[in-house]
Write a protein that binds this ligand. Structure first.
Ligand code: T3D
Length: 265
């Protein structure tokens, strides 16, 4: 696993890989280097069997402030509206990598998460936030539409009405409110954030990793399928789960009245 990045800090502790976006002077706004480094790290993490949970977070007082707006200003200076659809594909690589990651990805939102940084957090499987975190679908503030999967993930997480409200009004949603509306799974006081994130990540990293990958596939595909298709898929995936060592270990541990020791195989 490469760790010598310009704008990412990458640290592995047991099965947990913590990836920290590291441009704190601009609240971890994305430039191209950080975006490419994140894509590369997510691709590597997917291949590395020693990584069993990924935590994505930000350095300093923010998770991320979206695209670095200075690059927009430079584009506008040329006099023509920049075409960003090609550039967005670099973000889409990250969204797909998270979505297809055969292990859990947790967004640990330690402060402000605005624009496309907010939506990268929404692409993750689980979200933990500080009570004073600030989620902002900031796009309408500058006359844009939610990108980075925001139009997909946001209504699925909070429902269409709330998604439209967040996207149109572009107001801040606190960590407490985010937990209430289902935008995050858990919010904790800032003083407890590191310990709570550590506990969640290590619980996942010590879990039945292949089962988690199959759960992701089942749940994510169900959003696009009818009941019959989903029931068909659950059979296929359960056949695979039944063939894992972790399934056998889970049953043996239950019968022997002990804690299971899952290896991710
Ligand atoms: O390119 C494509 O493919 C298209 C993709 C578009 C995706 C998008 O994400 S569009 C949305 C871009 N993001 C925003 O519009 C958010 C802009 N930032 C803010 O509105 C505020 O900074 C925050 C609400 C996020 C935080 O406010 P606050 O008061 O806590 O902090 P601050 O003082 O505004 O920011 C601290 C510093 O970070 C400041 O620099 P300074 O004055 O100390 O030198 C600020 O300029 C800088 N910063 C914050 N966000 C960005 C940024 N610099 C560049 N780009 C940013 N996005």
């Amino acid at each position: 696993m490469r760790t010598d990045f310009q704008h990412l800090l990458v640290h592995q502790d047991g099965g947990v890989l913590t990836v920290t976006m590291n441009r704190p002077e601009v609240l971890n706004a994305f430039n191209d280097t950080m975006l490419e480094e994140l894509g590369e790290t997510m691709d590597s993490a997917a291949q590395d069997a020693s990584v069993r949970c990924i935590v994505l977070t930000g350095a300093g007082r923010g998770f991320g402030a979206g695209q670095d707006l200075r690059t927009f200003a430079a584009g506008h200076a040329s006099g023509e509206a920049p075409r960003v659809s090609e550039h967005l594909k670099k973000y889409h690589r990250v969204v797909y990598a998270i979505r297809n990651m055969p292990k859990p990805v947790v967004a640990a939102v330690n402060g402000v998460a605005a624009g496309i940084s907010c939506n990268i957090a929404l692409a993750c499987d689980l979200r933990i936030a500080t009570e004073d975190a600030r989620f902002i679908e900031a796009f309408a503030r500058i006359g844009l539409v939610p990108d980075g999967g925001g139009g997909y993930f946001l209504p699925r997480l909070v429902g269409l009405g709330k998604a439209l409200e967040m996207a149109m009004l572009a107001e801040e949603v606190s960590g407490v409110e985010a937990e209430r509306i289902g935008l995050v799974n858990k919010c904790v006081p800032a003083a407890e954030f590191e310990a709570a994130t550590h506990a969640l990540a290590h619980k996942l990293a010590n879990g039945p990793t292949r089962s988690y990958a199959l759960i992701k596939e089942l749940m994510n595909k169900s959003l696009e399928s009818d009941l019959a298709t989903s029931l068909e898929l659950e059979g296929e995936l359960q056949d695979k789960a039944m063939g894992t060592e972790d399934h056998r270990e889970g049953v043996a541990a239950f019968l022997q009245k002990r804690r299971p020791n899952y290896t991710g195989r």
